[in-house]
Write a protein that binds this ligand. Structure first.
Ligand code: PEP
Ligand code: MN
Length: 453
């Protein structure tokens, strides 16, 4: 995708920057606008991180998801951090996702489209602009792309130079992702090795070992028959993040000179979050003018009319795979609120893919003060999501989860029964609580079961 890489950001004065005239929620108050301009000018001349052809390919994959012919697995940190850009941490997340994908593919015999919340997930929308501790009030942490997590005036001051670091961290991560996906390690013959270093005596870990042994036998059988498909030697893996910081996204937007069309160059799939999906706001406007596959998060208050309006604004030409709705209503609400949306969109709008985010509607604060989620609620929301689609005859297209390859204690429950009292042991997230490696695998086994039936 030579074109996208080499074509520099040439702002078309007419429509491409129309978002700038609209209210943009959740943007930092950059104290130094001059410095911001300097940084974004630099980014506008930097190589894009992804290619237009790759985005087009993911759009085709998402079209298959919308048709019910593939399943989306999207996962990664709530908030990536610059300190988290290490080979071990990234490998752990990728291996976890690969293992989940194998469990889903094997269990349900359906192709799994793999997308990380990775290589760009550095900015967070927050419910309050400030945070007060011990009588001191500072700007809230908005992700490493904006400010630092430590509660000091220096760390919490938004610094646009962090946008450059976000680009560099994303590039380094994506480099590893690409090497990992195609350099031999993601070869299905390595299915056993993906589990190495993880706690494998958990119920899900043991089950995975059995599955890997079964895959080994199948591969040996195929080899004995003289079959060795190249498709098993590498995986297709895409990068996605919330397109929150519009100054950053706009600076990395590129015109594909093959077609003259504009693509976000920061990641393959971008989504609009629950807090920035105002139909008349800057985010929806910016997203309407990029050609990547995109998603919109829909919380419990989303209405069917809003959903219809998104399909009109964001996918006016009814392009297959262009638009995905990521539903995050909560385990209690999903069965009541989702059916109307799915029914109306199915009857009246261009096809979309429906994906379940069972994390963000199920967060609560434990007595210890830790933000957490119950594994059973996460599972409950996925079950509700599947049930709604089963009743309507539509497709449960995938899951979108927050996870890590590490053995953290951030979500409670699961086969190893993380308790509220365990939360403090390894609570490492910079934002929302993530499934640990075992909980992630366990969820994959349970979702595979739902896909089968
Ligand atoms: C997130 O994905 O981390 C997030 C903030 O989600 P939502 O926009 O659904 O609240
Ligand atoms: Mn989150």
């Amino acid at each position: 995708m030579e074109n996208l890489m080499t074509t520099q950001h040439t702002p078309t004065p007419t429509t491409a920057d129309a978002w700038r005239g609209l209210p943009a929620a959740q943007q930092p108050q950059w104290p130094d606008p001059e410095l911001l301009r300097e940084v974004t000018d630099g980014l506008a001349h930097a190589p894009a991180l992804v290619f237009a052809e790759e985005c087009d390919r993911l759009r085709e994959r998402m079209a298959a998801v919308a048709r019910g012919e593939a399943f989306l697995l999207q996962g990664g940190d709530c908030a990536e951090t610059f300190a988290g850009v290490t080979a071990d941490a990234i490998n752990g997340k990728l291996r976890t996702l690969l293992q989940m994908a194998v469990v889903l593919t094997h269990g349900a015999a359906v192709p799994v489209v793999k997308v990380g919340r990775i290589a760009g997930q550095y900015a967070k929308p927050r419910s309050r602009p400030t945070e007060t501790q011990g009588g001191v009030t500072l700007p809230v942490y908005r992700g490493d792309a904006v400010n630092g997590l430590a509660f000091t005036p220096v760390d919490r001051r938004p610094d646009p130079r962090r946008l450059r670091r976000m680009y560099e961290a994303s590039a380094a991560t994506l480099n590893l992702v690409r090497a990992f996906a195609t350099g031999g390690y993601a070869d299905l013959h390595q299915a056993h090795a993906w589990n190495r270093g993880f706690v494998s005596h958990s119920p899900a870990g043991r089950r995975y070992e059995e599955l890997a042994a079964e895959i080994d036998r199948s591969l040996r059988f195929m080899a004995a028959c003289g079959v060795d498909p190249q498709e098993l030697r590498a995986v297709e893996f895409f990068a996605g993040h919330e397109g929150l910081l519009l100054d950053y996204e706009a600076a990395l937007t590129r015109t594909d000179s093959r077609t003259g069309l504009r693509y976000a160059g920061s990641g393959h799939l971008l989504w609009i979050g629950e807090r920035t999906r105002d139909l008349d706001g800057a985010h929806v406007e910016y997203f309407s003018r990029i050609r990547n596959p995109i998603a919109v998060k829909l919380g419990p208050d989303a209405t069917a009319d809003q959903a219809l309006a998104y399909t009109e604004k964001l996918n006016p030409t009814a392009e297959p795979g262009r638009l995905t709705f990521v539903v995050r209503m909560g385990a209690d609400a999903v069965r009541d609120r989702l059916p109307t949306l799915v029914a109306k969109v199915t009857a009246q709008a261009a096809p979309v893919a429906w994906v379940c985010d069972p994390m963000h509607g199920n967060t609560f604060e434990a007595p210890s003060g830790h933000k957490t989620r119950r594994f059973e609620d996460i599972l409950g929301e996925v079950e509700g999501f599947f049930a709604v689609h089963r009743d309507l005859g539509t497709h449960a297209g995938g899951i979108h989860v927050e996870l890590t390859g590490d053995d953290v204690t951030e979500c409670i429950g699961g086969g190893e029964e993380v308790q509220v009292a365990d939360l403090h042991r390894r609570y490492e997230t910079a934002c929302d609580p993530r499934l640990n490696h075992n909980q992630s695998l366990e969820l994959a086994f349970l979702v595979a079961q739902m896909l089968r039936t």
